[in-house]
Design a protein around this ligand. Structure first.
Ligand SMILES: Cc1cc2nc3c(=O)[nH]c(=O)nc-3n(C[C@H](O)[C@H](O)[C@H](O)COP(=O)(O)O)c2cc1C
Ligand code: SF4
Ligand code: SF4
Length: 380
């Protein structure tokens, strides 16, 4: 299978597929990654404790029976060795905790040299962590979080920020991370009291930023992963599921690869009238009747006329220009391939355009509509 089937790149990092192993302190190291996730697109090692405060808290947690990676003397050497020991074609990220900025900058330099991703842990929430200003405590001070992101990004490292949904205002948080210059948001879409990811939260992040979005929480089947993709995740990560089932990541990778080959856009959004994100505008009709399309394109600063013109401009010179028998005279207004329609399928057949080629064009169209918005997504 081609390593470029998904065409996923963030800065100097490429992902061979959109499946990740999520971090679990004291559990996810290079050995675990080799055993459970050798074919994942990304493995996130850690968390590693980078300063005295985080080491102290982690030691106290270990004394209470929790697993942690404790490497007080030489965390940077351990990180470097761990990245190298993953030894697969997976991209590697390193999840780090610190109550101070300086050790994060040092970690960023090492991680960048190894071609890996630094993941800032703004997620762990044991009371001791919060008290020491670690993990989720970073979410309660967005200006400080932004200042840290800016400073870390000066090293040139590809930076992910791991957060939990429904803790603070998710729109403000997504925008703050985006504006400060991070590259990736790794979202634990936790929904207190529910089994499965909070899909609305994934949509909220998707419509607040164009950053690469990794989502997780209780994903154990391809149906669950597919849902997270269709609500806006670029990548899905699993933690407990991988620990409980060594075949989970390989099975998910196989399923998403076959799906991408057949469909051409593994994380195609839903239609806008079914809670689709902004990218769903690629499947919208000519805006001639009252429906949710109007509110959606208005958020991006388009008038109806400008929205229609933008789609037609993209279509010019592509096969989406054709399809005169379809509802609005061109495939540029047509629905997702998953919606059965013999008229559209007839037009695709006549053009010898496969479903996956059609969906790839729709993906490019979605990017074009977002690129030309008067109000950028992170301000909409
Ligand atoms: C034992 C354990 C340890 C974890 N440690 C970390 C950690 O160190 N850093 C972090 O960002 N998330 C950590 N997480 C959170 C996971 O990465 C993930 O977001 C969460 O478990 C939800 O995904 P899942 O339902 O696939 O497990 C941990 C989760 C578990 C179960
Ligand atoms: S334009 Fe069509 S696809 Fe888009 S929201 Fe309206 S009815 Fe749904
Ligand atoms: S022709 Fe079919 S796919 Fe195209 S807009 Fe009409 S119903 Fe949708």
């Amino acid at each position: 299978m081609s390593d470029n089937l998904f065409e996923l790149h963030v800065g100097y990092v490429s992902f061979k597929n959109p499946l990740a192993l999520a971090p679990m302190a004291g559990i996810v190291d290079s050995e675990f990654a080799r055993k459970y996730a050798s074919d994942a697109g990304l493995v996130v090692l850690g968390a590693f404790n980078m300063d005295e405060a985080s080491f102290k808290v982690a030691s106290a947690l270990v004394a209470r029976g929790r697993k942690e990676f404790l490497c007080r003397e030489s965390p940077l050497e351990v990180i470097q060795k761990e990245i190298r020991s993953v030894n697969s074609k997976s991209a590697v990220a390193v999840n780090v905790r610190s109550a101070t900025l300086a050790p994060l900058i040092e970690a960023a330099k090492v991680v960048k040299k190894e071609g890996a991703i630094l993941e800032l842990n703004a997620h762990c929430r044991q009371p001791e962590m919060l008290e020491a200003g670690l993990g989720e405590a970073l979410l309660s001070d967005l200006p400080k979080l932004m200042e840290w992101i800016r400073a870390i990004k000066e090293t040139g490292v590809v930076l992910s920020v791991k957060v939990r949904a429904n803790v603070v205002d998710d729109i403000k948080l997504a925008r703050a991370i985006d504006r400060a210059g991070a590259d990736i948001i790794h979202l634990d879409a936790m929904h207190e009291g529910f089994d499965g990811p909070d899909l609305e939260a994934i949509l909220t992040y998707r419509d607040s930023t164009r950053l690469f979005l990794i989502a997780n929480n209780s994903i154990r089947t391809f149906a669950g992963a597919k849902e997270a993709f269709s609500w806006g995740a670029d990548m899905v990560s699993v933690a407990r599921g991988a620990q409980n089932d060594p075949d989970l990541i390989p099975d998910l990778v196989k399923s998403v690869s076959s799906y991408q080959q057949a469909i051409g856009w593994y994380n195609a959004p839903k239609h806008v009238c079914s809670s689709g994100d902004f990218r769903g505008l690629a499947f919208c009709c000519l805006p001639v009747k009252p429906c949710p399309v109007h509110a959606k394109f208005q958020k991006l600063g388009y008038t109806a006329e400008e929205f229609a013109r933008t789609k037609l401009d993209f279509a010019k010179g592509t096969l989406l220009e054709f399809g005169k028998d379809t509802c609005f005279g061109s495939l540029v207004w047509c629905c997702k391939v998953s919606k059965p329609c013999w008229i559209r399928d007839g037009a695709l057949n006549a053009l010898d355009l496969s479903d996956s080629e059609y969906m790839k064009l729709k993906r490019e169209l979605a990017e074009y509509v977002l690129d030309h918005a008067k109000v950028p997504v992170n301000e909409s």
